[in-house]
Design a protein around this ligand. Structure first.
Ligand SMILES: [Zn+2]
Length: 279
């Protein structure tokens, strides 16, 4: 992320003083119906529009993140998996992020996914983009990660996707736990790449299991090269789709769709003590 992006990002982080910050309860209503709909959004927007969206991080070669997000999204288009259909919302549609939750619900979605590509803190970015093959930085600042509000549904979904990503040999990111400003994220217990992000608006206020997936680090020139490769992107999407199938089948087997679902209370969006609007 360069200085301009950093500035944009900081200007988009809104802190709202309210007493509690916790995930809203998930709704059972979105679980019914067949086929199951998965709403897949591309992170960010093609056109910056101030508070409601920007183009995302810059890659090592200078490409905006939203382009990578849309390239991954295309691979979900018109896909079907065992009674699951994917509704995609690319960045080129310029959907303001506060509208995305309502749009997912209106689409009848059971699951919400937002696709992103990662970056690093600004002082690391300047060095990382110039790193040459063999530099240990390239092996450290890379990999996928999954971000959730830690409710049972979203964590279950994230774990299922993490498991499939690892089966596909996609490297995972450990650097978000680094003890530096902007990182210091907490892993969900028992996972290697699922991070607790209670303060992210879209995750905290989703009434359906929701995850943000960082497919890899585009500030890393070697990983950017991989992420521009169609075959590599197909491996990532195959892993995400298998994770979704496994999660939904697991929920059905556990009878989570019964009327006794403890997540059936719908709540208004919780703006919480500290709200980050964008990743
Ligand atoms: Zn992003």
């Amino acid at each position: 992320m360069n200085d301009r992006c950093r500035h944009l990002l900081l200007s988009l982080i809104v802190v709202i003083p309210v007493q509690f910050a916790s995930c809203v309860k998930l709704s059972a209503a979105t679980e019914y119906g067949s086929p199951k709909v998965v709403a897949v959004f591309a992170g960010h927007m093609e056109f910056s529009s101030g508070r409601t969206g920007h183009q995302g991080a810059r890659s090592a070669s200078g490409t905006y993140e939203y382009r990578f997000n849309d390239s991954v999204l295309k691979l979900f288009d018109r896909m079907k998996d065992q009674g699951i259909v994917y509704k995609t919302f690319p960045a080129s549609l310029n959907i303001p992020f506060p509208n995305r939750l309502a749009l997912a619900e209106k689409s009848g979605a059971s699951i919400l996914i937002e696709i992103h590509h990662d970056s690093v803190q600004p002082h690391i970015y300047r060095t990382l983009i110039r790193a040459k093959h063999g530099d240990p930085m390239l092996a450290y600042y890379r990999g996928f990660s999954i971000h959730v509000c830690p409710n049972a549904g979203s964590v279950g979904l994230a774990e299922a996707i993490e498991s499939q990503m690892m089966s596909q040999k996609i490297p995972w990111a450990e650097y978000h736990t680094e003890d530096i400003p902007g990182e210091r994220m907490k892993l969900v217990q028992g996972t290697k790449a699922v991070y607790k992000r209670e303060s992210l608006f879209i995750l905290r206020n989703s009434v359906m299991p929701a995850v943000i997936i960082e497919c890899g680090c585009i500030a890393n020139p070697e990983e950017e090269y991989l992420l521009k490769n169609g075959l590599y992107r197909r491996r990532i999407v195959a892993a995400i789709r298998k994770g979704i199938v496994s999660f939904l089948r697991g929920r059905e087997a556990l009878g989570r769709e019964s009327r006794d679902d403890p997540w059936s209370t719908k709540q208004k969006p919780d703006l919480g003590r500290r709200t980050e609007w964008l990743l």
